[in-house]
Design a protein around this ligand. Structure first.
Ligand SMILES: C[S@@+](CC[C@H](N)C(=O)[O-])C[C@H]1O[C@@H](n2cnc3c(N)ncnc32)[C@H](O)[C@@H]1O
Length: 342
């Protein structure tokens, strides 16, 4: 396929917008995932009005996209504008070992780590009441019936529950699977999960501490991967989906269960949410980009929740490779620099 080309006018507009120190650095940062103005301000150490002005110029030239979710404004790399081709070309020319870009990436990692630490502090504090918190916005019975229906009645071999928390999804499937593995960053949530699984007699299920972004698990291992009410806590959804895809067997299925877009801003401030739900368009775009084929999407009308009811969406997707077409590499990605606690 030939490289995309640009007409002179958008090319010049794009070059003018990108041709400045801070704006080139912004492009490099945004290429790494969706970021808010205040995160970009922290990383670059410049005033918010200054960063907003630069972002506005990049957005006007079609090099980045701006979207609002309640009071937060996010920026992401443009996908379908002529400017996207220019952004790709510029990013391809940036030396990964450039000192300024490296420093920016380190600051980005620090900003993300601080946010993840905040979310983990939340789960540490709320591990014992998480099951009740989950029911505040959607009744478990309705959501769980939809999850079971989405995956159908056939037995499942190996199931992976990412962000397993208190292990509820493993408990739900224990009698229908050969084996289940739950992964979570939070030792406190996992302690509750272990107690719950033991009480339920789910001896075919284990939980381990690990990071969704870098699973110490071999590729092509699981028949089904579930992400239940997890993605809205993460700052890089496509990265999480790609990692889920890596450990799915050819033809394996991924079930994502999360909120539809909403405007309950307090969930960010008080409950560590990063994203206020996901549109079908956004999720299906990420699934396609991460190599999945979406099989179905259903939205459950808000039921009678204990608190403020929200719409829950279920996306079922599959690995498009034919079953049995496994790759030969069984090394866990990056296992050399990750540890997993059984
Ligand atoms: C809202 S809870 C959902 C738990 C469970 N899936 C449920 O629906 O009850 C989200 C879980 O994701 C975990 N989590 C967040 N970021 C993670 C990451 N990067 N890797 C692994 N687990 C993560 C949190 O520790 C938390 O237990």
């Amino acid at each position: 396929m030939s490289a995309p080309t640009l007409r002179l006018a958008p090319l010049l507009d794009g070059l003018k917008a990108a041709g400045e120190d801070t704006r080139l650095r912004l492009l490099a940062l945004i290429a790494d995932g969706e970021l808010t103005v205040s995160e970009l301000t922290d990383i670059l150490g410049q005033s918010q009005p200054r960063i907003s002005r630069h972002l506005k110029l990049l957005a006007e030239a079609g090099l980045v996209e701006r979207f609002r979710e309640a009071s937060w404004v996010f920026y992401r790399r443009s996908a379908d504008t002529p400017g996207a081709a220019l952004t790709d070309a510029l990013l391809g020319l940036m030396a990964p070992d450039d000192e300024i870009l490296q420093r920016d990436r380190e600051r980005l990692a620090a900003v993300r780590a601080a946010r993840a630490a905040g979310a983990q502090a939340y789960f540490r504090a709320h591990a014992h009441e998480w099951d009740a918190i989950r029911r505040l916005h959607a009744p478990d019975e309705q959501v769980e019936a939809a999850i079971l229906a989405a995956l159908g009645p056939e037995p499942i071999g190996a199931l992976l529950d990412l962000g397993t928390g208190t292990g509820r999804i493993l408990e739900l499937f224990a009698h229908r699977i050969e084996r289940g593995v739950g992964i979570d960053l939070s030792a406190d949530m996992l302690a509750v999960a272990r107690a719950n699984l033991e009480r339920a007699g789910a001896r075919n299920c284990t939980v381990r501490q690990g990071d969704i972004y870098g699973l110490a698990l071999p590729r092509d291992t699981f028949d089904v991967v579930i992400l239940h009410q997890v993605l809205h806590f993460l700052d890089d959804v496509p990265r999480a989906l790609k990692e889920a895809g890596r450990v799915l067997k050819p033809g394996g299925r991924l079930l994502v269960v999360d909120f539809a877009p909403h405007d309950l801003e307090f969930l960010r401030e008080q409950h560590a949410h990063r994203r206020l739900g996901f549109s079908s368009e956004a999720m299906e775009g990420w699934l396609a980009h991460s190599g999945f084929e979406t099989l179905s999407h259903i939205a459950l009308a808000p039921g009678s929740a204990a608190g403020q009811a929200l719409t829950v969406s279920l996306w079922l997707a599959r690995d498009p490779r034919s079953p049995g077409a496994a790759a030969t590499d069984t090394t866990p990605a990056g296992s050399e620099d990750r540890k997993e606690v059984a």
